[in-house]
Design a protein around this ligand. Structure first.
Ligand SMILES: [Zn+2]
Length: 247
């Protein structure tokens, strides 16, 4: 009877320790989330910004292309007027020298017109391409904004609730630790702080589930009996037998 009572007390302590371990994991996760949630939000905001910049840049480039197109059209028109004027002057040529000079002027103005027209065509092509891109970028921008702002709101809610969640978990922890004997708690705390991660691990393949150090049959027997808390000789973690995991 005494023995059975001892075992169930141990079983109870083990359950409390495992619960404590889950709470400590959650607390650690809440602490880590103070770093990674703002990072995630930064990435989402940056993505919106990049999408906005790409759109704004294309709009600006289109404006510039339109201005350039307009200026080229004006230039071409002016040069064509010059050409007409020179061609009319051809009718009243008196000397060979005058003729040569005028032909040279006409050739020049023709070349200028040709160059300007080539540039004009390229500018119109660029504007068409930009218009197409702008429509695409705008659609993409709307999508990114909608999606990322929704995620940002969720992450902000998470950040806002860290404080409450943490104090809730700390209250739970306090209640649990009062039910665990002090010597057991000090082993647990020492291992948790020293090793990080889980301080209570199940036996796996007849070895410590954390450092994989093989356990003697006697030790395994004692762990299975669960009448006192046993630790791994190698890493110091608290060991327990789990019927589902331990073999
Ligand atoms: Zn170990």
């Amino acid at each position: 009877m005494v023995n059975a009572g001892k075992e169930s007390v141990m079983q109870n302590q083990l359950e409390l320790l495992l619960k404590l371990q889950v709470i400590d994991y959650d607390l650690g996760e809440l602490e880590r989330s103070k770093e990674y949630l703002p990072d995630m939000m930064g990435n989402l905001r940056r993505e919106i910004e990049e999408s906005q910049n790409r759109y704004d840049t294309a709009v600006k480039e289109l404006d510039e292309a339109r201005v350039k197109q307009n200026n080229l059209e004006i230039d071409v028109e002016a040069k064509e007027a010059d050409l007409q004027k020179f061609q009319q002057q051809m009718m009243s040529i008196k000397t060979n020298r005058e003729y040569d000079a005028l032909v040279s002027e006409i050739d020049n103005v023709k070349e200028t017109i040709s160059n300007k027209e080539t540039e004009l065509l390229e500018t119109i092509e660029l504007a068409t391409e930009l218009e197409k891109n702008i429509a695409e970028y705008q659609e993409k921008l709307e999508q990114v904004k909608e999606n990322n702002n929704r995620q940002l709101a969720i992450l902000q809610e998470k950040i806002d609730s860290i404080g409450d969640k943490t104090s809730g978990k700390k209250d739970e922890r306090k209640q649990l630790t009062t039910a665990i004997p002090k010597p057991v708690m000090s082993v647990y705390e020492r291992v948790r702080k020293g090793k990080g991660g889980a301080a209570v691990v199940s036996v796996k393949h007849r070895a410590c589930g954390a450092c994989y150090k093989a356990l003697t049959p006697k030790k395994i027997q004692d762990i299975r009996k669960a009448d006192r808390i046993l630790t791994c000789d190698n890493c110091g973690r608290l060991l327990y037998w789990d019927d589902k995991e331990s073999h």
